[in-house]
Design a protein around this ligand. Structure first.
Ligand code: HPA
Length: 235
């Protein structure tokens, strides 16, 4: 047990999928895993371990925002030995060429700040995905016929943004979408020599202001989970 995770030693798999929402962790575990067992419910943050095609997998919520993700990812890596961490979550599209329900594979994650900014100080570290996972995810996305994009995303600190110019600058620099967790996951993966990737589904569009109706969200998220699982165990 750690401060925020109630699992016993050995109850967390080396491969961890991390949605922001604990109830989405429950849905993904029940939908994709064989024999899912709930291994954490501290503070209502749910984690489940089961198997997918014979491979052990944990699906554990990260909460919203990088400070929350940092708590869970640190404990999963440092205390439970997680080696592959894949964020599965939603994002807002920032390009005309990206549509609702499309999948974005985040090659890099720009940010204004992250919980690691204090460590890097004057350095602008470039958080990036594990190339093997990214390549495998692109192959998996192609194989299932998903509409997907590979490129940079923006990990924002706030959802209710009082600085719309930041989104505009990111859009102008080709950034595909905005979410709130991936940059710190990539920072932590680099620091601890583990693999990380963010596989995202577009739930809303910053340019067209379209949004997925809530009843559509679940089915649109299935491709993303499938891609994450295939990527984790490719080769
Ligand atoms: N902004 C930040 N995070 C998000 C968004 C957004 O528009 N959509 C989904 N996650």
């Amino acid at each position: 047990m750690t401060i925020h995770i109630g699992a016993e030693p050995g109850q967390i798999a080396e491969t961890v999928l991390m949605p922001g929402d604990p109830l989405r962790a429950e849905w993904a575990a029940q939908t994709f895993l064989d024999n899912p067992v709930c291994v954490n419910r501290v503070r209502g943050m749910l984690g489940f371990t089961g198997t997918w095609q014979g491979h052990r997998v944990t699906i554990h919520g990260s909460g919203m925002g990088m400070p929350s993700l940092s708590i869970y990812a640190n404990e999963l890596i440092r205390d439970y030995g997680a080696k592959t961490l894949i964020r599965i979550g939603s994002c807002g599209a920032m390009q005309e060429t990206v549509g609702l329900r499309d999948v974005i594979l985040a090659m890099t994650a720009s940010s204004l700040s992250t919980p690691s900014s204090g460590i890097f100080r004057e350095l602008n570290f470039a958080p990036c995905a594990d190339y093997g996972l990214l390549n495998a995810a692109a192959n998996a996305a192609k194989a299932i016929g998903a509409t997907y994009h590979v490129g940079g995303i923006y990990s924002a600190d706030v959802f209710y943004d009082e600085r719309p110019d930041l989104n505009e600058i990111m859009s102008r620099h080709g950034v595909l979408g905005v979410e709130m967790e991936a940059a710190e996951l990539y920072n932590l993966a680099a620091r601890h020599s583990v693999r990380a990737l963010a596989v995202l589904t577009v739930s809303d569009h910053l340019l067209t202001h379209e949004a997925l109706p809530s009843e559509d969200r679940q089915s649109s998220f299935e491709d993303m989970v499938q891609i994450a699982l295939e990527a984790a165990f490719a080769s």
